[in-house]
Write a protein that binds this ligand. Structure first.
Ligand code: F0G
Length: 442
């Protein structure tokens, strides 16, 4: 067997079988890594193999995760793979954003162009495949909307029952619509994401239901492919820095593991700095770091970027490890910064959801503070599609985005308006040619 599960806690490091359903260390309760006895002698040969597979129509090769299977070799029976041809996402040059943040050049890897519109699909193909290997019939997750949409889709493909726990009224409508359409049992809980997470952990520990949050280390194996694919697309030219939003901190954890493994295996000679950006009022990782706390400093999370409205992230220790390994950084940005950065990404013709825009906002802030050099080669990862949360975009462009607002069909209460710096409001006009020509200045 090439894979096993290893506790990340220094004073434990217990190793168990990959067929264990437990998602934390049975000895100390710590987070686990999937670890391998890699069978790779010549990285250059494997890089060439990855490139060649782009010409193949085999289902595994069409996937932007399983194409790189030598680097996540936990599934020996490939007939169990559940794939929707995930990954394969483009890297765009973003000149307007580069100018906006003060970089010479900026590249955006758009994970929002996955089958269900977010980076979660990279991880979910791996997580649901592992559930399949374990013959699980029912899978569950707590979610701010994207994990649940992705899990619902992949579970349906695999013929499994999906149960999702979402905080009531706190996820974007596009995401809720997806879970309903994909047939998941959808539980809207009073309370926030962190409470949903606590409950789903307890329930999955006590029953046969398999947990597919990113605390599940197999999810993170799939997400490693975001880094691997990005490097393949750049012909293995390693960027100086990779910038990623921070919520439950699974993605940053996974990026760190991917980079470390690629470095140790000889695929790359330098490590890009993993830079994590949180929302100002949902910044527990930042708080923990500035307090030099050995324990996480949880916060009560508030942000309009609902995907990352998380105050008690489960993978924080792995995220700290990712920053240590790569000499990375963590910072936070305001709601105003997120909203303006999102509009600027839009001006480059690229649509993302608010959480993704923390990256561009964060780069702008870190250039201002001198942490990032304007000459640096930076790749920011956009994590979700604009169409996940169209309300946010239309409110911003119509000058009605509020940090605190309650809706029931219409706006009931509003507080702390976000300025619509780059507003592009629609214009109401009579269906009259002359009037339209006047507006067009023609
Ligand atoms: N961006 C988007 C669009 C997300 O949906 C999430 C997380 C993140 C960033 C943060 O990633 O948790 O790995 O640090 N969404 C989770 C969910 C929590 O339930 O969909 P992370």
């Amino acid at each position: 067997m090439v894979a096993s599960l290893k506790c990340i806690e220094e004073n434990c490091r217990d190793i168990v079988s990959p067929m264990s359903k437990a998602y934390v260390c049975p000895t100390c309760g710590g987070l686990q890594d999937v670890v391998y006895d890699f069978q790779i002698d010549d990285p250059e040969e494997i890089k060439h193999l990855f490139l060649q597979r782009r010409l193949s129509n085999h289902l595994l090769d069409l996937s932007g995760v399983w194409r790189y299977r030598e680097l996540l070799p936990f599934c020996e029976d490939v007939s169990k793979v559940v794939s929707m041809q995930e990954g394969n996402t483009p890297i765009y040059e973003a000149p307007r954003c580069a100018e906006y943040v003060g970089l010479k050049q900026l590249h955006l890897k758009h994970q929002g162009l996955n089958p269900t519109g977010s980076f979660k699909d990279n991880g979910m193909t791996a997580g649901v495949t592992q559930a399949n290997l374990l013959n699980s019939r029912m899978v569950a997750c707590a979610s701010t909307g994207n994990t649940s949409a992705s899990m619902a889709a992949y579970a349906s493909r695999a013929g499994m029952k999906a149960v999702i726990f979402i905080p009531d009224q706190q996820i974007a409508f596009g995401k809720l619509a997806q879970s309903l359409d994909y047939g998941a049992l959808t539980l809207q809980l009073e309370g926030d994401f962190d409470e949903s997470m606590k409950l789903v952990k307890e329930i999955t520990q006590e029953t046969d239901v398999y947990l597919l949050n990113s605390i599940n280390p197999f999810r993170l194996e799939g997400q490693k492919a975001i880094i691997i694919e990005m490097l393949c697309q750049r012909d293995w030219q390693v960027p100086d820095r990779v910038v990623v939003p921070g919520g439950n901190l699974g993605n940053s954890a996974s990026f760190g593991k991917a980079i470390r493994e690629l470095h140790d295996l000889g695929f790359i000679r330098k490590m890009p700095m993993v830079t994590i950006i949180q929302a100002q009022r949902a910044n527990p990782l930042y708080q923990t770091l500035i307090d030099h706390s050995p324990r996480l400093v949880p916060v009560e999370a508030h942000t309009l970027a609902t995907a990352i409205k998380i105050g008690n992230p489960v993978s924080w220790k792995k995220a700290v490890r990712a920053m240590d390994w790569t000499q990375g950084w963590c910072d936070f940005v305001s709601e105003q910064d997120i909203a303006d950065a999102k509009a600027m990404i839009g001006r480059d013709g690229i649509g993302c959801e608010p959480a993704s825009a923390t990256t561009v906002a964060g780069i702008k802030k870190l250039i201002r503070t001198g942490e990032i050099d304007p000459e640096e080669d930076v790749v920011a990862v956009l994590t979700g599609n604009l169409l996940k949360d169209p309300d946010y975009a239309t409110n911003y462009h119509q000058d009605s985005l509020y940090e605190e607002a309650t809706y029931r069909n219409e706006l009931l209460e509003k507080k702390d308006k976000v300025r619509s710096t780059f507003a592009n409001a629609p214009i109401k006009v009579r269906a009259d040619k002359e009037e339209i020509l006047k507006i067009l200045n023609l």
